[in-house]
Write a protein that binds this ligand. Structure first.
Ligand SMILES: *Cc1c(COP(=O)(O)O)cnc(C)c1O
Length: 222
């Protein structure tokens, strides 16, 4: 059940934590964008967050996002592994796709962008822990892939995204992503979730993707 007051209070608390973490390492809180990850939560939860002033949202399924975000006024990031056959719809509805990780997907995004006359901002997702089950380009291939995406999409390629391995100290992974982004002159580093966003900010996150700390626990995935 959605409690708008709880969502508002959670958003305030997360913003306060972001500000504290940023200032503690000499960064400006305004340099960090909070992406509110609303996946699996109902439209009225999104509504409550919008009413509380949140404007940037993350969803990991294109279909669900299309149903929940018909609206102007919200900026939508697609943050989940993206199937090639969903690329066109993603290009249609998203302001950013944070999970570009293979050439076939780049092909589909490029075709859709040509057809629709719009191209979202793009982030390359790096499988920073080289985990078999995770999406993202392997670290060994990241260099070449980022270069190729830069050549293809130009300034629409804005940065990198990663999800460190669960249970490990995320700091070295965040540092690695930051170094990769710097090496390519990319300014956006999307890293850090409810459990580790302060660490991510310390290590250079420009975007943190926070779900649970704002909207509460998600129902267990099927
Ligand atoms: C679900 C999800 C998040 C948010 O995770 P929380 O732990 O609920 O904050 C962030 N990033 C990605 C890619 C996700 O899929």
């Amino acid at each position: 059940m959605t409690d708008p007051n709880a969502i508002r209070a959670n958003l305030e608390a997360v913003h306060a934590r972001i500000a504290l973490a940023a200032r503690a390492c000499g960064r400006a809180p305004a340099d960090i964008t909070l992406i509110a990850v609303s996946k699996t939560h109902p439209p009225d939860a999104v509504q409550a967050a919008l009413a509380a002033g949140q404007t940037v949202f993350g969803e990991n399924r294109v279909q669900e996002a299309a149903e929940k975000f018909p609206r102007a006024g919200a900026r939508l990031h697609i943050i989940g592994g993206l199937q090639t056959n969903k690329a066109k719809e993603a290009v249609r509805i998203a302001d950013a796709i944070d999970s570009l990780d293979r050439v076939a997907l780049a092909d589909a995004i490029e075709r859709a962008a040509d057809t629709l006359g719009r191209c979202p901002a793009l982030l390359v997702q790096v499988n920073i822990g080289d985990e078999a089950q995770k999406s993202g380009v392997a670290t060994a291939e990241a260099e070449g892939f980022i270069r190729a995406m830069r050549a293809r999409f130009g300034a629409r390629l804005e940065g990198l995204m990663c999800i460190p391995p669960e249970g490990a100290d995320p700091a070295p992974y965040f540092t690695r992503l930051r170094e990769m982004a710097d090496a390519h002159g990319l300014t956006v580093r999307s890293m850090g979730m409810s459990g580790d966003f302060e660490t991510a900010i310390r290590h250079g996150a420009t975007h943190v993707r926070v779900g649970t700390a704002i909207f509460g626990a998600r129902p267990a995935s099927p």
